[in-house]
Every structure is written in C-alpha cells, then in structure tokens.
Design a binder for this molecule. Structure first.
Ligand code: FAQ
Length: 329
C-alpha cells in the first residue's frame, strides 16, 4: 500500500511510477506472460493497482447505476411474470456491484471512499445508464442489447490477470446470460407483436443505438488506457474489437426480426471484416461520461438519497454499539 492515503496524487503519483523496482516489475510481467493470476497479497506495480482499481470501481458503479433505468419499470411491468423476472434481474445487478466492490477493496480502496467518489463525480460509470427508459420496449432493449454488450466485454475480461476480478466476472457472466435470455425473449415478443409494439421497439432501438456504440469506449486511436491495460492482461480485447464482436454476434439477431439499424452507413466491410458506421457523436459520449447526460443528475440524486437513508442500516451492522444497534444474543 502507498502511505496513509490510497493512491498518491500529483508529483507523488509520477514518482510512484518512476520508483518502481525494475526486478520486481520484470518478475511480475513474466508471471502475467505465463498466464498466472495476480492475487491481492502479491507484489504489483503501483500503476497496475491504480488502473485496476479505477476499472473495477467504475464497473461496480455501473452495476448499481445500471439497476436504475430498468428499476423504474418494476411497478409498471406489463404482467406478473415480467415483473418477477425484472425484479430478479435488477436484484442481480446490485449483487454484481457487491461482488465488484469487494474485488476492488482487495486493492486497498475502502468502499466508503468509492461511494463518495461516485457521488462527487470523481469516479465514472457506464455512459448508457444516463439515458431514460421511456417505454417498456426500452427494458427489452437494455435486457437484450446492453446485457449482450456487457457479456462480450466481461467474457473477455474474465480471462484477465487479476484473480479476484476474473473470478467475480465468471459468476457475473453466468447471471448475465439469464438476463440476456429474458431481454431477448421480451425483444422477440415485441418484434413479433402488433404494429404498435413493433413501432415502440423500433423507436427504442433508434434511441439506444448511439449509446450502445459508445458503451465499448472511444475508438482505439482515442483510448487512453487500452495499451497499458492490454499489456498487463487487465483488458483482454480493444474497444474496437469488442464493438466489432458485438455487431458480428447480435446484428443478425436484430435484423432477422425485421428491426432496422438507424444508420444508413452501417454495413460490414467484407474485406476487413469490420463494421462501418456513421460518426456516433463522440462529443456526446464525452459530455455524458463527464456528468452532462440526460439523466446524470437524477441518477446521482437517487444514489445520494439511498446512501443517506441507508445510513442507519450500515450503522446497525457495522457499529453495533451505536444508536441503531441490533441487540446481540
Ligand atoms: N462509459 O481509455 P479508455 C453493465 C472512459 S456493466 C463511461 O478506452 P478503458 C451491466 C474511461 O473510463 C458496464 N466511461 O478506457 C449491466 C476513460 O476515462 P478515465 C460497465 C467510459 O478503461 C447491464 C476514458 O473514457 N462495464 O452494463 C466508457 O481502457 C444491463 C477513455 O477510455 C465495465 O465497466 C463508458 N462506456 O476502456 C447492468 C467493464 N468507455 O477513467 C445493468 C470493465 C470509456 O480515464 C443493466 N471496463 N470510458 O477518466 C472496461 O472494460 C473498460 O473500462 C472500458 C473502457 C472498455 C469500459
């Protein structure tokens, strides 16, 4: 660990990178090269710890924030079975956050600090959860396409070098596969339903299209962290590769249902094997991840409310001798 604080800032940050012991670094990199896992008590370079903490923490935040758009539909689900499935899914997402916060804590950053950084805007979370779920079709699009996108990313990262994160992702991916099935079933139901249902689904696909492209991160040439993260096998595929893989797997499933892609330039280049698309407005992506999306303020306000109103529960569990203590037998 680095001194009293968790991660050195400013000059201390630069020094921490420069002062890395070259022998230890070489042994660490050889270990990663051999495909071995790094565990919390192993030596690791300062920058590996810092990057991993950033990424796992952002991922954990995305799971709790990700529960919010779909969560608003629990009381309005169209029937009892859909409501049960949605409640279970939203609960799973919160469970994923729990697993991921625990994995991030093994790197030394206390959970309270992570939550404070989320509420203050210091830590990011996935762009997609800053958009509203306007109709029931949005729930189908999130459950099918955003869960599918998350699976593409997480199946790759699950093979990564940090033991606690890789193990958490394995379990998360298994649960996400059920989410994907329920999302796909709801998507097919609307796509094969009445004219009104199809129109509602097409409208939702149109509105989510760009945020889904953004989900995988900026184009490789603009990605700041990819090179380092891929070298240390934290990230196992580049942003563009993951995006391309998602298109390969899921575009045929959308098209076969007669739903169209809202971009006249979207097509697969058969020579390069890559999908081409119009500029998805990367300025919008950067605005949203920096806090200026359609729902950022609302989402953070909900989390702040939950944090403040849940304080008595945390006190009762963590500090049993204080005001709301649960009497111990
Ligand atoms: N949203 O240098 P890169 C889910 C930021 S879980 C917001 O390319 P990197 C489950 C990035 O942080 C979804 N910010 O970054 C669910 C960096 O800013 P910084 C979350 C983004 O780390 C489903 C800057 O842009 N999954 O959905 C995004 O190499 C349904 C430069 O970017 C994970 O977190 C974005 N989309 O690659 C729940 C998986 N993309 O920090 C409910 C783990 C980039 O320097 C319902 N994370 N940025 O200020 C990753 O795999 C990577 O972090 C990437 C980004 C691929 C997301």
């Amino acid at each position: 660990m680095y001194g009293g604080g968790f991660i050195p800032q400013g000059d201390k940050h630069k020094r921490a990178i420069q002062d890395e012991d070259p022998e230890k670094l070489a042994a660490f990199e050889a270990c990663i090269e051999r495909g071995e896992k790094i565990e919390p008590t192993d030596w690791m370079p300062y920058e590996y710890r810092r990057q991993l903490t950033r990424m796992i923490e952002q991922h954990a935040h995305s799971e709790i924030m990700g529960a919010l758009p779909e969560g608003t539909w629990i009381t309005r689900a169209p029937n009892f079975k859909r409501k049960l499935a949605l409640i279970a899914k939203v609960q799973d997402e919160i469970g994923h956050a729990q697993l991921l916060y625990s994995a991030a804590e093994t790197l030394g950053k206390p959970r309270e600090q992570m939550i404070n950084d989320l509420l203050s805007g210091k830590s990011k979370y996935s762009n997609v959860f800053n958009y509203p779920a306007e109709t029931w079709a949005d729930v189908a699009v999130i459950g099918f396409l955003i869960d599918a996108a998350a699976i593409v990313n997480q199946l790759a990262n699950a093979k990564g070098s940090y033991g606690p994160y890789a193990r958490a992702l394995k379990r998360i991916c298994a649960e996400e596969s059920f989410h994907l099935k329920q999302g796909y079933e709801a998507f097919v139901y609307l796509a094969t339903g009445s004219e009104t249902q199809r129109a509602m689904l097409q409208d939702a696909v149109n509105r989510w299209w760009k945020p889904i492209i953004h989900f995988f991160g900026p184009p490789d040439k603009q990605s700041i962290h990819s090179e380092k993260l891929m070298k240390w096998k934290v990230k196992m595929a580049s942003n563009d590769d993951m995006r391309n893989q998602f298109f390969d797997q899921y575009i045929p499933k959308i098209l076969e249902l007669g739903i169209t892609i809202p971009d006249p330039n979207f097509r697969k280049n058969e020579e390069t094997g890559e999908w081409e698309f119009s500029d998805p407005d990367w300025d919008e992506f950067y605005r949203v991840i920096r806090g200026d999306g359609p729902c950022n303020a609302e989402r953070i306000a909900v989390r702040r409310w939950a944090e403040e109103h849940g304080e008595w529960v945390r006190t009762a569990l963590m500090k049993p001798d204080e005001k709301y203590a649960i009497p111990m037998a």
